[in-house]
Design a protein. Structure first.
Length: 275
């Protein structure tokens, strides 16, 4: 008997599989899948952003909260409309921390779980700071990163918990806004085009559930991350924007355009959304 691929076997025998990035900034989007009435719709996987994209590319999951740049690298994807992990101004969780001013940076250690942020950094280094330092992938340990490098790109919860001390700090969403005047979209739900979702509206319901219960998220994450409740609350209600509105779409399209100009991707394909 011919063996089925992992993706086809799963589609025939079980529920679609959803890969969730278990960072604080993703929890409002995922809260309904974790705690609400949407909890049983998918088999859940928990991965960092880069692995989430790899699983989706291989067909090991059907839907994933993917780094925005991966939409241009993984063929056949569609996007869940209206939802994203974005920032209109300052994001606080995508940081370039440096021992020297930006114009003096020669080497950077970049968090290995990030891909969109690395592309954003490369654009900002050239277009805003006018430098071209060497970038090396590294685990998210700030002290270790800065032992051998001038600066470190650190993202997610690790960035929120980082002690910048006397370091020079650059918030990448803020720097993007200064360069382009537009917000930045870091991630969104990517769906394999061949997958028929049982209930596409579940993504919006999951977010609405999380938004209505933001204090539950604050309480839980205050304990888990050992960060002040006010910081967590302001982060998920002010720093992160969960829409994929027209302003965010303009920022996303410009990001893709610049990524192509700087040869970070081979081409730009139009955004295609699930119905």
């Amino acid at each position: 008997m011919c063996a089925l691929t992992a993706g086809s076997q799963r589609n025939r025998l079980s529920k679609p599989r959803l890969s969730i990035v278990y960072y604080l900034n993703a929890l409002p989007l995922s809260w309904g899948f974790l705690r609400g009435s949407e909890r049983g719709l998918f088999d859940l996987d928990f991965s960092p952003p880069s692995r989430c994209a790899d699983l989706l590319a291989k067909g090991d999951v059907d839907v994933g909260l993917i780094p925005a740049i991966e939409y241009q690298r993984i063929g056949g994807l569609k996007i869940v409309p209206k939802l994203s992990v974005a920032s209109k101004h300052q994001v606080k969780s995508v940081l370039l921390l440096s021992r020297v001013p930006a114009e003096q940076i020669r080497t950077i250690a970049a968090d290995s779980s990030s891909r969109t942020s690395v592309c954003l950094l490369q654009i900002l280094l050239r277009a805003r700071f006018k430098i071209a330092p060497a970038i090396e992938s590294h685990g998210p340990d700030l002290n270790a990163m800065l032992r051998r490098h001038d600066a470190a790109l650190i993202i997610g919860d690790a960035a929120l918990k980082s002690d910048s001390g006397k370091l020079f700090g650059y918030d990448l969403a803020e720097e993007w806004r200064a360069l382009t005047g537009k917000p930045f979209v870091f991630a969104f739900w990517g769906v394999r085009g061949s997958v028929g979702l049982p209930d596409a509206a579940a993504f919006q319901r999951s977010f609405e559930y999380g938004k209505a219960r933001s204090e539950e998220i604050v309480e839980e994450q205050t304990r888990q991350l050992e960060l002040p409740a006010d910081l967590i609350r302001s982060y998920i209600t002010e720093n992160i924007d969960y829409s994929l509105d027209e302003e965010n779409l303009k920022g996303l399209r410009l990001f893709y355009q610049l990524a192509r100009e700087y040869r970070l991707i081979e081409s730009v394909r139009e955004l295609e959304f699930i119905g």
